[in-house]
Design a protein around this ligand. Structure first.
Ligand SMILES: *[C@@H]1O[C@H](CO)[C@@H](O)[C@H](O)[C@H]1NC(C)=O
Ligand SMILES: *[C@@H]1O[C@H](CO)[C@@H](O)[C@H](O)[C@H]1NC(C)=O
Ligand SMILES: *[C@@H]1O[C@H](CO)[C@@H](O)[C@H](O)[C@H]1NC(C)=O
Length: 379
């Protein structure tokens, strides 16, 4: 009997191995469509490389990442290309109350929780559920209380490429109990792929968010106070009145501390609300660079976009070999201001602000769906 069941186990293992091909020799899965090619790894369901053509027809890898998959598990806190979860961004005071019970989450950002703490999805290896020429699906089973939150979560992240387009779909279920659920995709962009001889920073990238006239007011440690700020035209945080270069306000009073007076963070790490009817089929955000001529449009039904201009990048991580590696334009290291993360998500820490009326607790019978589409073109 024992040998028969071993035989059956062996068969099913080889069947599932046949269904999901192994990654390439570089440890990454590669998918492609006309005008776009991307690579992924199971660690954090991360995108590692994204190639599109610049205005001269040169293929550029326009996202941050590492050459080797093992570099990701050595550096999970940066969340390069990752899916943070089950609750992205900060949980104020590392606690929340649900149905009369107060739950505690890990303190990994002062007294707060960031990206669900050390055991969040950004530090977990996903299963490869399916792969085709232009699509890959990763799955995760997140047990109850793995990050202090009740109930298990099952989620699939599907990345699909079509012509010059990257689409992301996340489906998640919480079959056992109500629990916080708020996801995002955490890619860092440098649309010049670190090849611009003038600068390896993103201050000359142009950003435009026509539907984002409101911002969650942050406390000194970037936890929302609950207040919602209307952004005046011409303000540091105004990207709604017209497209603006990210570095336009570098010397404006208030730039230092704009992303945290407690830390003196310079630039952006803020949560802009998206006040757009889902029926309007327009991008919620557009990022472009004159130098490469590459333009990216983000389409999503998510109610906010966090923009982080990489103040905390320590200048010690090498850029990828696909971007020139060490010794490239600049010095080949990712510097403060060398990238920008654009995280489509719900309102930060909504689980601690019932007055906002966000629906961020999911339980049995609820479907969580997250979608975003990135379209690439030229200026
Ligand atoms: C990632 O998880 C490992 C255990 O799997 C843990 O030892 C490590 O501290 C975690 N890293 C971070 C940055 O949270
Ligand atoms: C994930 O995909 C697998 C394979 O298609 C499916 O069996 C499973 O139900 C999916 N789970 C979720 C949460 O969508
Ligand atoms: C690049 O950004 C800097 C800082 O905002 C600005 O002074 C400069 O004029 C910009 N250069 C171009 C070519 O747009």
């Amino acid at each position: 009997m024992k040998s028969i069941s071993l035989l059956i186990l062996g068969l099913s293992a080889s069947l599932s191995a046949a269904a999901v091909p192994p990654p390439g020799a570089d440890g990454k899965y590669t998918i492609s469509a006309p005008g776009i090619r991307a690579q992924f790894i199971p660690f954090a369901a991360a995108i590692t490389n994204l190639f599109v053509l610049d205005k001269n027809g040169i293929e550029r890898d326009i996202i941050l990442g590492h050459d080797s998959p093992s570099d990701y598990s050595a550096d999970p806190g940066t969340h390069m290309g990752a899916i943070p979860g089950r609750y992205a961004n900060r949980i104020g005071n590392a606690q929340f109350t649900l149905d009369g019970v107060t739950y505690h989450t890990p303190q990994n950002d002062g007294s707060n929780t960031l990206h669900s703490g050390p055991n969040g999805w950004g530090n977990r290896t996903f299963e490869v559920v399916a792969v085709s020429d232009n699509s890959i699906t990763f799955g995760i089973h997140d047990p109850a209380f793995s990050t202090g939150m009740p109930g298990s979560i099952d989620a699939n992240v599907t990345y699909t490429l079509t012509e010059k387009t990257w689409k992301i779909k996340i489906h998640a279920l919480s079959p056992e109990a109500r629990t916080p659920l708020m996801l995002t995709q955490h890619t860092y962009w440098n649309l010049d792929a670190f090849a611009n001889p003038e600068t390896d920073l993103i201050w000359n990238h142009t950003y435009y968010t026509p539907y984002s006239k409101r911002l969650l007011a942050p406390d000194p440690n970037m936890v929302p106070t609950g207040e919602i700020t209307t952004i005046p035209q011409g303000d540091i945080n105004d990207f709604w009145s017209a497209p603006k270069q990210l570095g336009t306000n570098l010397l404006t009073p208030g730039w230092v501390g704009n992303c945290g007076t407690g830390s003196g963070c310079e630039g952006y790490n803020n949560c802009w609300l998206v006040d757009k009817s889902p029926r309007i089929a327009k991008p919620v955000a557009t990022l472009s660079s004159d130098w490469s001529g590459i333009k990216m449009e983000i389409y999503t039904g998510q109610a906010a976009v966090q923009l982080y201009s990489c103040y905390w990048m320590p200048g010690t991580t090498p850029i990828k070999s696909t971007q020139g590696g060490e010794g490239a334009a600049g010095n080949g290291l990712i510097k403060s201001g060398g990238c920008v993360a654009l995280e489509a998500q719900d309102w930060n820490d909504g689980i601690n602000h019932p007055e906002w009326g966000r629906n961020q607790f999911y339980g049995p019978g609820d479907d969580y769906n997250w979608e975003a589409t990135y379209k690439f073109g030229l200026l």
